[in-house]
Design a protein around this ligand. Structure first.
Ligand SMILES: [Zn+2]
Length: 84
């Protein structure tokens, strides 16, 4: 059902705009997961590609972590209960 007007190369460097597994384009809707490593977003997963484990992990992260951005626009994750 994708009607993407895809132009350019198949090598999309912007990993945060497409699903890491199926390549579906993120349109700002749905329960997408952001895979974080050391507080840095690595890739995103669409709802169809998330395993139950990943869903659970995301729920735990959401309960435990604050997400925000620093002054450079980088994404940060901090444990809740800690304020800077
Ligand atoms: Zn996907």
């Amino acid at each position: 059902m994708s009607t993407d007007n895809t132009t350019g190369t198949t090598q999309d460097v912007n990993t945060l705009s497409r699903c890491h597994r199926c390549g579906k384009k993120y349109r700002g809707r749905g329960e997408w997961n952001v895979e974080m490593r050391r507080g840095v977003p690595q890739w995103i997963l669409c709802p169809d590609c998330q395993s139950p484990e990943e869903n659970a992990e995301a729920a735990i992260n959401e309960a435990m972590l604050h997400y925000g951005r620093d002054s450079f626009g980088r994404c940060l994750a901090m444990p809740k209960g800690i304020s800077l």
